[in-house]
Write a protein that binds this ligand. Structure first.
Ligand SMILES: *[C@@H]1O[C@H](CO)[C@@H](O)[C@H](O)[C@H]1NC(C)=O
Ligand SMILES: *[C@@H]1O[C@H](CO)[C@@H](O)[C@H](O)[C@H]1NC(C)=O
Length: 315
């Protein structure tokens, strides 16, 4: 188990929701701890062969958070290049699968909350930012689109990878933010309701099957199998053992309220592939309970001291 990027506890702090749990880069499982609230590019990275794969394992994904799964690469010419100056090209996208009648987030959920992307085999070697995201679009669906939860939600992670055994291509890219139009992010989608008629369901499925994943077209270069043996990731960026142990214990504690919320949504708000009225009306109360529980943890001296120790370790 290799740690790539030392980051903070504060992952998943926003109440919701779900986040990346583990990333497997070219066959080596990496526990990635992320930098949040810190726009500096991380110094640490994982090696991956051109043509190799990266698997993203998430914590329990919310099934009714319908939306696409996407991944980009963008060359990081120098460690100090700002992420907003990176040219990102899309290497993976899944939207609505009309044959399965499922969204990409549901398909990932069915697949142990994971999906796997392939690094193009013809891009030049070097350091890249790998960005992956799930965009949850339930806020574009009736009746949520008229509530305080209206609009898309982004579940986005970036980290560095070192592409090795590459080719010569330097794909053109797009800047993020800037790659998505507001219209694309506000595309209405259909979320089945408990009392919807067969006609509404049919219409809704048709609407969803027209969905187009936002952003640029997929990079259309080569996606051949990798050559050479898988690179060895070095243990790097780990916290000192004592800090790591404290971090893990705190992360576990903090995860409990969020996991309870996700369970509630996946079993009470969403039942048999439909919004459930009783569960939905209890949602706000559950959120406020979760917020309270998390605030209690965050308000402890233990949390604040750990946060300070992590900040110090980072500089
Ligand atoms: C990650 O997902 C794969 C399926 O793609 C699964 O077999 C594996 O157990 C998951 N690993 C973790 C750490 O959740
Ligand atoms: C956390 O601390 C803040 C500021 O001292 C306070 O306003 C808030 O009520 C506290 N929350 C909990 C859950 O204790």
């Amino acid at each position: 188990m290799v740690q790539l990027v030392a980051l903070s506890l504060f992952i998943g702090l926003a109440v919701g929701h779900f986040g990346l749990k583990a990333v497997t880069v070219d066959g080596t499982t990496q526990v990635i701890l992320f930098r949040q609230n810190n726009p500096k590019a991380p110094a640490l990275k994982a090696p991956v062969r051109a043509g190799g794969t990266v698997r993203f394992n998430w914590t329990e994904i919310i099934k009714m958070h319908f939306g696409p799964t996407i991944a980009y690469l963008g060359e990081l010419p120098t460690p100090s290049t700002k992420p907003t100056d990176v040219n990102f090209f899309k290497i993976y996208e899944k939207g609505y699968d009309a044959q399965k009648g499922k969204w990409a987030n549901e398909i990932a959920s069915d697949n142990s909350d994971s999906y796997t992307v392939q690094i193009p085999s013809d891009i030049k070697s070097g350091t890249y930012v790998l960005r992956t995201e799930i965009i949850a679009l339930h806020g574009n669906a009736n009746p949520i689109s008229s509530s305080f939860l209206a609009g898309p939600q982004f579940y986005t992670y970036c980290f560095n990878v070192d592409v090795v055994n590459g080719g010569t291509v330097e794909p053109k890219g797009v800047k993020i933010p800037g790659a998505y139009t507001k219209e694309a992010l506000r595309t209405p989608i259909y979320l089945p309701g408990e009392h919807d008629s067969a006609a509404i369901v049919a219409q809704g499925n048709e609407l969803n099957s027209k969905y187009i994943v936002p952003g640029p077209l997929l990079y259309s270069g080569k996606y051949d199998a990798p050559t050479g043996s898988p690179p060895l990731a070095k243990e790097t960026g780990a916290y000192p053992a004592e800090l790591q142990a404290k971090y893990e214990a705190m992360a576990k504690k903090l995860a409990v309220p969020t996991q309870d919320l996700v369970k509630y949504v996946n079993t009470q708000v969403w039942q048999n592939g439909k919004m459930n009225d009783a569960g939905s009306s209890g949602f706000v109360a559950v959120v406020s309970k979760v917020v309270g529980e998390r605030n209690k943890i965050i308000n402890t001296t233990e949390f604040q001291e750990l946060k300070a120790a992590i900040e110090k370790n980072r500089t």
